[in-house]
Design a binder for this molecule. Structure first.
Ligand code: ADP
Ligand code: ZN
Ligand code: ZN
Length: 724
């Protein structure tokens, strides 16, 4: 009897046994279509067996075995298996998380045929012997193919009957359609000579073959990307593929351009969620069949099959977008490290502001450390960072006179400035001075943000909208006011105070239309903008050569937050923003408005001292028993009523208690954001200094929760949560 074990995209542990006469070990990793209840589902063969614990009469048969892609390789299946165990998520759903949408569907996937013809290996070996000396056009066609891929439309220029001949040869397996490298034979730009620190980093990373994690800790502009490029060049020269994970690809088009410019003859594909389904499937298959040399992708790309994988690079490894916040709550950085270990290859984690977890690993010897302490271009010096103490100042629309004057001075000098404020909209609060009413979201425990231009109040969490009321709904007072500042208000205030300046607001509202962001970047680079008002969209990875002043507003809320990670995030964000100032020859300046100029975080920023502040934060975490000195998992529950969610967590806690594990079990509590989009939310934290002990508890505990068959409560386990 032939049994195929199939992983399905269903919230059950699986795998599921099916009868399959024609499926063998060689089909492990292939797509199949199977009946599942009343439906037909796509599945992946993960094992074949000769017996099943179910009677053969109970088993259904596989409907279709697809041959539209090579099977998923073992290392991808193993990586998925690891994620299923570590994050306590159904194995089938993990596999499908990594698959492009088109390949999750039951229909066979037909890749659009390649634009070129090329010789196959078989053709290179056999064809010459088969062509008769009296067939000069065939000889000519063969010679053309030997020199490289031939565009389908150009075949006719070689010989009138070439298209027919090529189809004939394709039937014999001698030629195949392909997508060639983007361009051929570009002149290679001379590589910049590496400085001593860069060279040392590369030597360190290349010195040890096999698995090793290296933190490349380099200040902004120190040449980390150049290090990646030269590491990649070496891998490509050795015939290997490189996977490069980056936070948000559409925010960093410059990086993509830089890669293509450096490797014009290589096949570079990108993988991210903004791609059309077909394009994503094609790029994924290009990587899987070994044709892509470099995969540049966001977190989901960590699951891409890469037969010749030689190295993984995670750029901006501290970025929170590497952690998926729904479904399979994985950290792509951590999965990358796991996968590299599995493949026995090096992984490079790069950042100017490493995550404290990574930093700790690098300073305790688990990871290796390579540092770049200087900016790569001699003339580019670090900016001067100053605080503006706002305690005794009268701010107009949130702006101090010093800041406006500094902006004016840069304007007169013809240089660009960035006003950074991490809040979009006009004002975060609409307030009645008579009765104290504040506009709140009906569905979330959050305030509605005033969007004055659209005359709307919007919830930034759930998307709820209503128009701005003309009077207070509680007391009828007509004088209700927006409090606080957002990007729109700063844009309006600066337009009024610096009327000659060309001001551009860059936030999620302004870039909603596709391509809007690219147009804005082009305008900024083209010198058509004097002052940028923007959110963290502009903080990351952009290189604006003419930008010399960065102004930071409203950073204070992160200084004293209940969330123990808030200071780490704020510090990293402000260091990144400051890094935008003065990158190419213009001395940069950073001005930070604050009520707490003596906060150690600000002192560290002024001194450009990441290390001492990171060490201080780590010491605080050690004393307070926070990660990375212990490991956490949070069981999150949502229900219509908070009581239901808490009751579920109480029950869960009792289960955990009965397991007699040394793991710390906290009491269920309402989440910091108690209501979100109509759901009441609560959570239960568990933690222990040993990852293994915590994992053992999760393995025994979470399956029990599935047996509760809870219908009124949605719940999820979040391992290594970023928010507690
Ligand atoms: P990072 O990724 O650390 O921000 P980049 O790699 O983008 O830094 O380098 C910053 C700037 O310095 C870029 O314009 C880059 O071309 C340049 N650069 C990097 N390395 C060198 C080098 N060894 N010699 C000259 N210029 C360099
Ligand atoms: Zn009122
Ligand atoms: Zn809401």
């Amino acid at each position: 009897m032939n049994i195929a074990r199939i992983a399905l995209d269903v919230p059950l542990a699986g795998p599921f046994d099916y009868l399959a006469t024609d499926i063998t070990e060689n089909d492990i990793g292939r797509r199949v279509v199977v009946p599942f209840g009343p439906r037909k589902l796509t599945g992946i063969v993960i094992d074949v067996a000769s017996t099943s614990e179910y009677a053969p009469s109970k088993l259904k048969s596989v409907i279709t075995l697809h041959h539209d892609m090579p099977p998923l390789p073992q290392d991808v299946l193993d990586t998925c298996r690891f994620c299923a165990d570590y994050y306590q998520h159904p194995f089938g759903q993990v596999i499908f998380t990594g698959l492009p949408v088109r390949l999750r569907q039951t229909a066979a996937y037909h890749r659009p045929p390649g634009t070129h013809w090329q010789l196959t290996e078989l053709g290179s070996n056999q064809l010459q012997g088969r062509i008769s000396a009296r067939a000069p056009t065939q000889q000519r066609l063969y010679a053309t193919l030997q020199s490289g891929p031939l565009a389908v439309e150009q075949a006719q220029q070689v010989a009138a009957n070439a298209p027919a001949t090529l189809r004939q040869w394709a039937r014999e397996g001698w030629v195949a359609r392909c997508i060639p490298p983007m361009a051929e034979q570009f002149p290679l730009t001379p590589l910049p000579a590496l400085n001593i620190e860069q060279q040392a980093a590369i030597t360190a990373i290349q010195s040890q073959p096999g698995f090793a994690v290296t933190l490349l800790h380099g200040i902004t502009g120190s040449g980390k990307t150049e290090v990646y490029l030269q590491l990649i060049a070496a891998e490509l020269a050795a015939g290997r593929q490189v996977l490069v994970l980056i936070p948000e690809i559409n925010l960093t088009p410059q990086l993509t351009v830089r890669f293509s410019a450096r490797f014009p003859n290589r096949c570079i594909v990108s993988l991210h969620s903004a791609l059309a389904d077909g394009e994503r499937a094609d790029n994924w298959l290009t990587a899987q069949c070994g044709q892509a040399d470099i995969v540049l992708g966001t977190r989901l790309a960590v699951f891409t099959p890469l037969p010749r994988l030689g190295m993984i690079i995670v750029d901006e490894e501290h970025d929170s977008s590497f952690k998926q916040q729904e479904g399979l709550r994985y950290s792509a950085r951590d999965v990358a490290v796991f996968r590299a270990r599995l493949r026995q290859i090096p992984v490079v984690l790069g950042s100017a502001t490493p995550a404290l977890e990574t930093y700790h690993n690098a300073h305790t010897g688990r990871y290796r450390l390579a540092k770049l302490n200087k900016r790569a271009v001699d003339v580019a010096e670090l900016p001067i960072v100053k605080t503006i103490d706002t305690r005794r100042l009268l701010l107009q629309d949130g702006l101090s006179d010093d800041m406006v004057n500094a902006l004016n001075a840069r304007l007169l000098a013809g240089e660009q400035s960035l006003v950074f404020i991490n809040r979009r909209g006009f004002a975060p609060v609409l307030f009645c001075g008579e009765c104290g009413w504040i506009a709140g979201c009906q569905r979330c425990s959050a305030r509605l943000v005033v969007h004055l231009r659209e005359r709307q109040l919007r919830c930034h969490l759930c998307g709820y909208e209503e128009s701005v009321p003309s009077a207070c709904p509680d007391c009828g007072n007509q004088d209700i006011r927006p409090l606080g500042v957002g990007t729109q208000r700063i844009e309006a205030a600066l337009t009024e105070r610096l009327p000659q300046a060309r001001i551009l607001r860059v936030d999620r509202d302004a870039t909603r239309r596709k391509e809007a962001f690219n147009t804005m970047l082009a305008n900024i680079h083209g010198g058509k903008v004097d002052i940028l008002v923007g959110t963290q969209m502009l903080a990351k990875g952009h290189d604006f050569p003419n930008l010399s002043l960065v102004c930071v507003l409203n950073a204070d809320s992160g200084l004293y937050s209940a969330d123990f990670r808030a200071t780490e995030r704020l510090f990293s964000l402000l260091m990144q923003v400051s890094g935008r100032a003065g990158r190419a020859g213009i001395p940069g300046e950073v001005l930070i408005q604050t009520q707490f100029p003596d906060h150690p975080l600000l002192h560290a920023l002024v001194a450009h001292d990441f290390d001492s502040y990171a060490k201080r934060l780590l010491e605080e975490r050690r004393q307070a028993h926070f990660p990375p000195f212990l490991y956490q998992a949070v069981l999150r529950a949502e229900a219509q009523d908070l009581e239901l969610a808490i009751a579920f967590l109480d029950q869960a806690k009792q289960f955990a208690h009965a397991l007699n594990s040394p793991v710390d079990l906290f009491d269920p509590v309402p989440a910091a954001l108690t209501r979100l989009a109509g759901w009441a939310r609560a959570q239960l934290l568990v933690q222990h200094p040993s990852r293994a002990i915590l994992q053992t508890l999760l393995r025994n505990w979470i399956p029990q929760l599935h047996t509760l068959n809870e219908r009124q409560v949605r719940w999820i386990i979040d391992v290594d949560p970023l928010e507690v």
